[in-house]
Ligand binder design. Structure first.
Ligand code: AMP
Ligand code: GLY
Length: 421
């Protein structure tokens, strides 16, 4: 019998997952909540506003696999709720999602199980945190413990900035996320995102990518959710991949099992490739956005059996194949992002962009207004292109960007610069 898959989320990540799952011969029906204008071309979109709504939808509509995109519902226990009624879920339990939901949890786990990461201190008390700063060398990194939409990390260049960040976090500028803070050593090197599918017991390497967090060219401007990504990254050699799996991912899987929180879903390791080897900066317990857009374009074969195997504990002996070609994803955002921006501007030229060889456009914050596709969020479109080299993919992606007629949007023009150079 053909399977019914429900995806939770509304971003470019979820559009890319929907695009890949729609190609599966095993998937007969695809639903998404809430989705966006691009996802609506591939899946039926629903508004399901609570865990209970999602749970009864899964029962009523005989959902064979629930795929949870963003971190918030994971931390809130959506996967636990659905597993309790025997719906197979791709995504970790609330307990296992602490790897993303609490930086202090992850740091403690790393220390206990010898997983390479930056040296750190953990504080729930402002005076103790300030005292810890005495005699430290700078830069130093101050982090809010909980989920802070990527904004809870301050790189302090001197003692004054560090004290300011500590006071700021304890005064509640990050809400409950800042009740506990982590202060850690600054690591130097190149950053890379590595993904592993996990089933509680086994972990399977699922590719890597490099993200561009800053809003503007040359890595300038404020931090964002991610302005573009590419894969493969030349710095991430086969040797390094193997080393990260051996020294970081497999030990984490074993540790989580031992702690009574086996990890199922995708483990997204934010890594710093330092002179003394790869070190863990942070874990996310879901797919990256926009990294997933490039991984879905690079992946060969069927995604559905892999996600189902992660959900049912049967990943052992499964394989992932990636194309040799490179993929670039350029994020187009509404002018003003990541600050305030206007919604409702009309986007034209999407068909022309999609018609270019090797190009696929994934939607993020879009909606339909009559026949028009209009912007409805900060990050709005993800233009992806395939190429024999990163440079070729880069050229193809920007050709597609230039075919899109959206004066109210902007993008970086230098996605992939490290690899192109
Ligand atoms: P995180 O949310 O912990 O990944 O931090 C966000 C960003 O801050 C990372 O992608 C890095 O660019 C930077 N960062 C975090 N921790 C460190 C560190 N220990 N050393 C250098 N940069 C860091
Ligand atoms: N692109 C970074 C993230 O998804 O958190």
């Amino acid at each position: 019998m053909k399977k019914h898959v429900l995806i939770i989320g509304s971003g470019g990540r979820e559009h890319a997952l929907a695009w890949k799952l729609a190609q599966s011969p095993e998937v007969g029906r695809l639903s998404c909540a809430p989705g966006n204008a691009g996802i609506a071309q591939l899946a039926e979109c629903f508004v399901l506003s609570s865990q209970e709504d999602i749970a009864s939808f899964c029962q009523r509509e005989k959902v064979s696999l629930l795929v949870i995109g963003p971190e918030q519902p994971l931390v809130e226990g959506l996967a636990d709720r659905l597993r309790a009624q025997n719906t197979p879920v791709f995504g970790p339990s609330a307990k296992a999602a602490q790897l993303e939901g609490s930086k202090a949890f992850t740091k403690r786990l790393c220390m206990k199980y010898n997983i390479p990461t930056a040296a750190y201190g953990e504080f729930t008390d402002e005076a103790a945190a300030l005292a810890y700063l005495h005699g430290k060398t700078y830069p130093l990194v101050v982090k809010a413990d909980g989920l802070a939409a990527g904004k809870g990390v301050i790189i302090a260049q001197n003692a004054q900035e560090a004290q300011g960040a500590v006071r700021d976090m304890f005064s509640g500028s990050f809400g409950a996320a800042g009740k506990c803070i982590v202060i850690e050593e600054f690591l130097e090197g190149e950053e890379v995102s590595l993904f592993a599918l996990c089933d509680g017991e086994h972990a399977l390497y699922f590719g890597h990518a490099q993200d561009h967090k800053r809003a503007f060219d040359g890595d300038k401007g404020p931090n964002t959710g991610g302005m573009g990504a590419y894969s493969p990254a030349p710095v991430m050699t086969q040797t390094l991949q193997t080393r990260v799996m051996q020294d970081i991912i497999h030990p984490t899987m074993a540790a989580m099992k031992k702690e009574g929180a086996p990890f199922q879903g995708v483990l997204f390791a934010g890594l710093m490739l330092t002179k003394s080897g790869p070190k863990l900066l942070e874990y996310n317990t879901r797919f990256g956005d926009p990294e997933t857009q490039v991984l879905m374009r690079r992946m060969e074969g069927d995604l559905f059996p892999l996600l189902l195997a992660s959900a049912t504990g049967s990943l052992e002996n499964m394989q992932v194949r990636m194309r040799n070609e490179a993929v670039i994803c350029v994020v187009m955002a509404a002018q003003g992002y990541p600050g305030s921006y206007i919604k409702g501007s009309v986007i034209r030229g999407l068909h022309a962009a999609q018609a270019l060889p090797g190009c696929v456009v994934f939607h993020a914050g879009t909606t339909k207004n009559g026949e028009d596709i209009v912007a409805a969020g900060g990050r709005v479109l993800n233009v992806t292109a395939l190429g024999v080299t990163i440079a070729a993919a880069h050229e193809a992606a920007y050709r597609a960007v230039d075919a899109i007629d959206w004066p109210e949007g902007f993008c970086r023009r230098d996605i992939g610069w490290r690899a192109v150079a």
